[in-house]
Design a protein around this ligand. Structure first.
Ligand code: LMR
Length: 327
């Protein structure tokens, strides 16, 4: 049986996510779950309301619900932790603006997870700045293996698939192997050089380099901000659904011949500086992710190289800023 720590769970993403998990969208239709939901004391009543709704929905897979404002109770025994809690970005703010508030939250949650979560707990950081929050969590939870700490760029990956499917008027399920490189921010590089639709290269099907290297990239990079502008709130249902995709593929494996994007601890692959949490193309098997390597055919042209480096540069700056906020 799996247990989860969902912090900030009375919020928008948490509210969208818990019914998906309780229905088996994250771990499969035969996997019972116990949900641990954490929120801050002012949200305790709202969090209890979410618990009441979970009871009322009578999900057959849901074997228990812990709704708490106590971080130790939330983290105790969890084998998958989805970190959705954090200070939210509002219209007009950049992720960096929420950095100082969020890195201190992640530092304290790191130690609770390290001490109380199940051995081999897998962590997915959703709250922004997601890559850097994950890095802070990793640094302050040194006994959690670095392979177990990841951040969400599957949302951006899915956005890239969605834009290609809209442009070509094809089923999104036929679009495969886009890549998000780098930061979950407007410096990310959505790359379709290796993407296919029903096996055919996207670059052949969309014979419009200006769109592929211009509007397409900008649309995916700016999609989070566009949603905030439209909803006056951050993305929630797409973030929750993508978080389910991230964990499901990590735990249950990626389909043969396809990869997905995950923010993972860089080992220097693709000349990305080691020691950043950076989004790479990965395949997953037996609960472990592996970065798709260059020898499998992922050539990086000059245009891409610059983009990979620019987003790495931003992450290095965020890392320095995060540390200055903590000192
Ligand atoms: C998103 O990408 O939708 C979220 O990360 C919201 C944001 O701050 O951009």
């Amino acid at each position: 049986m799996f247990e989860r720590d969902f912090s900030g769970f009375s919020g928008q993403i948490g509210y969208a996510l818990v019914p998906m998990v309780a229905r088996g969208v994250m771990l499969g239709a035969d996997q019972p779950v116990i949900l641990h939901m954490l929120d801050i004391p002012p949200a305790a009543e709202a969090l209890n309301g979410v618990k009441m709704e979970l009871v009322d929905a009578a999900f057959p897979l849901l074997k228990g619900v812990v709704a708490t404002t106590d971080v130790i109770e939330a983290c105790t025994g969890v084998s998958i932790a989805v970190m959705v809690g954090g200070f939210p970005r509002k219209e007009g703010m950049e992720r960096k603006d929420v950095m100082s508030k969020n890195v201190s939250i992640y530092k304290s949650q790191a130690s609770a997870l390290e001490k109380h979560a199940a051995a081999n707990c897998k962590v997915l950081v959703v709250a922004n700045p997601a890559n850097t929050n994950a890095l802070i969590l990793k640094e302050f939870a040194p006994s959690i293996p670095e392979r177990n700490i990841t951040c969400l760029t599957r949302l951006d990956h899915n956005r890239a698939l969605g834009q290609i499917s809209e442009r070509l008027n094809v089923q999104v399920s036929d679009v495969k192997n886009a890549i998000i490189w780098g930061n979950h921010s407007s410096s990310q590089y959505p790359d379709v050089n290796h993407a296919t639709v029903a096996g055919k290269p996207v670059k052949q099907l969309i014979n419009d380099d200006a769109w592929l290297s211009g509007e397409f990239i900008a649309t995916v990079q700016q999609r989070g901000a566009a949603i905030i502008k439209a909803r006056k709130l951050s993305s929630a249902l797409s973030a929750a659904s993508s978080a389910c995709d991230h964990i499901r593929d990590w735990v249950l494996g990626t389909p043969e011949g396809t990869w997905v994007s995950m923010g993972v601890y860089s080992d220097g692959s693709y000349n990305v500086p080691a020691g950043l949490i950076y989004s790479f193309p990965v395949t997953c098997r037996n609960g472990e992710w592996t970065i798709v390597q260059g020898k499998s055919g992922l050539s990086i042209d000059e245009f891409s190289r610059k983009k990979l480096d620019a987003t790495a540069e931003e992450l290095s700056e965020e890392k320095a800023l995060a540390y200055s906020c903590l000192s």
